[in-house]
Design a protein around this ligand. Structure first.
Ligand code: DQA
Length: 146
């Protein structure tokens, strides 16, 4: 099985970007922990990041038929019908992840276009959320969610 971890705009700057909110973990650290989590489950990891909405749409298309997508759409979470439609279009299981607790932040971060098409949502747990999402997708091999 393959898991696609897809990261949206500005997440390439993790480590230096607003460390009071996002911490010092870099995207390379997140890739490494995602790879380790996938290896524990015998899964193949495809890891990507883009600052461009259309490229993120294409990354979701490329995940068709995979075990699932772990999606941190970053700011596009709050704006993108296209990303939500892509998840529905390919019918892939998606787990929405945010490093920060978006509900403890500005009101504009409280709405997500992704949540209603996601199998689950994890936020506020930092990079640990990615590991938890991968563990959940791995578990779904045995007990598929409805
Ligand atoms: C984020 C939360 C979003 O509101 C924000 O735009 C981001 C990162 C997070 O991981 O906490 O860029 O998705």
């Amino acid at each position: 099985g393959t898991v696609h971890v897809i990261n949206g705009p500005n997440l390439n700057l993790l480590g230096t970007r607003e460390p009071a909110i996002y911490g010092h973990t870099t995207l390379a650290d997140i890739e490494a922990l995602s790879r380790a989590a996938c290896e524990r489950h015998g899964l193949t990891l495809v890891f990507g990041q883009s600052n461009h909405e259309g490229e993120l749409v294409e990354m979701i298309h490329a995940a068709r038929g995979s075990l699932g997508v772990v999606l941190n759409a970053a700011a596009y979470t709050h704006t993108s019908v296209a990303l939500a439609d892509a998840i529905k279009a390919v019918g892939v299981a998606a787990i929405e992840v945010h490093l920060s607790n978006v509900f403890a932040r500005e009101a504009f971060r409280h709405h997500s276009y992704i949540s209603s098409v996601a199998r689950g949502v994890i936020c506020g747990l930092g990079s640990e959320g990615y590991r938890l999402a991968i563990d959940a997708l791995a578990a779904s091999r045995v007990t598929p969610a409805a």
